[in-house]
Design a protein around this ligand. Sequence first.
Ligand code: ATP
Length: 541
Amino acid sequence: MTTPAVPAPAANGRAPLLSLFSLGKDYATPVLDDVSLALQPGEVLALTGENGAGKSTLSKIICGLVQPTRGHMLLGEVPFHPGSRRNAEHVGVRMVMQELGLVSTLSVAENLLLERLPQRAGWLKRAELHALAVQQLAKIGMQGIDPAMPVAQLGIGQQQMVEIARNLQDDTRVLVLDEPTAMLTSRETSHLFEQIALLKARGVGVIYVSHRLEELQRIADRVAVLRDGRLVDVRPMAGVREAELVQRMVGRAVQEHGNRARRAAGPALLRARGLGRAQVVRDVDLDLHAGEIMGLAGLVGSGRTELVRLLFGADRADRGEITLYAGAAAPPGQVEPPTRRVAGNWRSPMQAIRAGIGLVTEDRKSQGLLLPQSIRVNATVSDLGAVSRAGWLQMAKERRITRRLVDTLRIRSQSGEQVVSTLSGGNQQKVVFARWLHRECKVLLLDEPTRGVDVGARADLYAELDRMTDAGKALLMVSSDLRELMIMCDRIGVMRAGRLVAVFERGHWSDQSLLAAAFGDAGVRPLPSPSSSAPTPAVQS
Ligand SMILES: Nc1ncnc2c1ncn2[C@@H]1O[C@H](COP(=O)(O)OP(=O)(O)OP(=O)(O)O)[C@@H](O)[C@H]1O
């Protein structure tokens, strides 16, 4: 085996901080091959590539979580084969993983300082622990969090910030961040970027894995592109065009989804009136029409996810009414609901599913997937009736359906039998989505459906959403990505403090107006009261 050259030392003569030589990893098939790369002190190296390209595998090898099949590494000039995460951390090589690594039953402070809990004679010094935790959280702009609170009570974005704070130690030399902002607000992202700038100044090397190309442009010095487990490009970030990068990642040009075309709204399929739960969702009136995509924007904690959970029966509303109407058979342009009410106010998700409501969840790990099961089981589990006869599962039919879904969504896998926990994060997200492509539903609720999904796959998912609305389904899409909402939606509702405070139709929104509504600035048009007007059809102006 020849040892490929690692890029020369930096101009200042310092040796690379970390050097990778011909790294490779095989599972049933090779997933990483011949990766040679060097990280310089104080450098932010972006790592990007399609879902399943091998980014997390490479990151985990560097941080001792996965053992390479081939190749070797140097940390400075010393051979580096950590063998475990603990060993890697011991020499200052740390990783913020895509899946949160927090212990949900422990407090915020205990999670933050797990490895160096302040003790005296075997007793935990709780006051000191909490003071240290508050300091650590303040570094990344997290104020007002009770360090004694169990971490499970934090929102998913806040948990991610705790995970980041945990890895910002003084002894950190190399920090790998795998999709760190997927669950963060723009404010939290800014705090993270400030920290990255400080790390750079201290000479820490940062490997930053992300699909968000605009973020890479903001913080990376160089970008490395992985495709099918191989390094296909490494270049300075300055001057790199997004389209160029996408082409390198995907190996083909990706057609950007243009703004959604004008279409006439069908009848209302779902209507909510005065819907509420405690203080988190308050008096929400909402109509979803056949053939439309309605977006839901708002800050984290504004009640978007909670509203979706009420509509799906995952939580019980304590006031208000949900009504689902039958069929989408009314002529185009008819906006009044058909008169036949089929269901409402579910007692469980199962009831909602039976009535024709689906949910692509925000938290695919704990709410969306059966991780130890195959793609086939996960994709077909929501509608076993369609793959069984007289109570017997028809495996051949299941396999056929699975193959079609895997092809349609380009789920990168060895076969439909591959266990979902061994898929890459973005491919797991596609499996959550596949479930609802398989099952007939009238109304599909989507909570951050493209989180962690690469640009090519994102275009595929958008095309599927268009097809669903062409078939008369009604879609409600929560997204923190305003650009995504503005491209995909016919209407965008904005939530603030549990209320739906504004609804904008296509052609009547801008980033500023959406943000102003989300933050509560003056000048935002309030929602007309439902009693005063018929539901607003989604019509592009
Ligand atoms: N334990 C495992 N067993 C079998 N295959 C695995 C295992 N872990 C990862 N893989 C496979 O390795 C490939 C690379 O996965 P990896 O998670 O590194 O991709 P990624 O580039 O990080 O993708 P994403 O952008 O979706 O996070 C995938 O095809 C995945 O299915």
